[in-house]
Design a protein around this ligand. Structure first.
Ligand code: 3AM
Length: 178
């Protein structure tokens, strides 16, 4: 099964982002991501068997231990790739602590012998693919929504009735340490 580890987003954040994405879609058509699928990817594991799944859970649990919730906020839209055929994303502020957790997670994945995509962590929430970016969109801030990353989620990327779905399989909550 195809797995990745990321941050699940509260429904309020997904709703606010979906509203902003609908406004952008009216000016920049493309393949927009359904709001149920909004997330922040930390490590993409790819095809993994049941043993790999158990290892991924161990790595997540170790990486999440001794962490606190990370306060994040939506920033501005941005894009990856070519402007004419881009991946449109929502930027995030306050992610320094999340980057440190991602480093730990990647080390724990190495410790349990699990391979993952080695591309550096670029915190973002993908909103759409195959979009032609209008430059003025990049200056319009997203809704000023703050939210905490409360833990790591292991997602199964699968198709249900042909629809790409990210099913949460396991969660490793950051304990609130004072
Ligand atoms: O929405 P984002 O970009 O954060 O892009 C895919 C998505 O993340 C990424 O994993 C998330 C769930 O599919 N992804 C898919 N295939 C990938 C691959 N081969 C990949 N990341 C790296 N390598």
């Amino acid at each position: 099964m195809r797995l990745f580890i990321g941050i699940a987003l509260p429904a309020t954040v997904r709703q606010a982002l979906s509203g902003a994405a609908k406004t952008m879609e009216s000016r920049m058509p493309g393949r927009y991501v359904p709001m149920e699928n909004y997330h922040i990817t930390l490590a993409f594991l790819g095809e993994t068997d049941a043993d790999g799944l158990a290892r991924a859970r161990r790595a997540m649990t170790c990486a999440a231990a001794n962490q606190c919730a990370v306060p994040l906020a939506l920033d501005r839209p941005g894009y990856f790739g070519r402007r004419e055929n881009a991946i449109l994303y929502a930027g995030i502020t306050g992610w320094d602590a999340l980057a440190r957790i991602d480093q730990l997670l990647r080390q724990e994945l190495r410790n349990v012998g699990l391979a993952f995509d080695p591309k550096p962590f670029r915190p973002h929430i993908t909103l759409a693919r195959h979009v032609c970016i209008l430059p003025d969109i990049l200056n319009a801030p997203l809704p000023p929504v703050c939210f905490p990353a409360k833990g790591l989620t292991l997602f199964h990327s699968t198709r249900i009735d042909g629809v790409l779905t990210y099913l949460p399989l396991a969660e490793a909550v950051f304990p609130e340490i004072s």
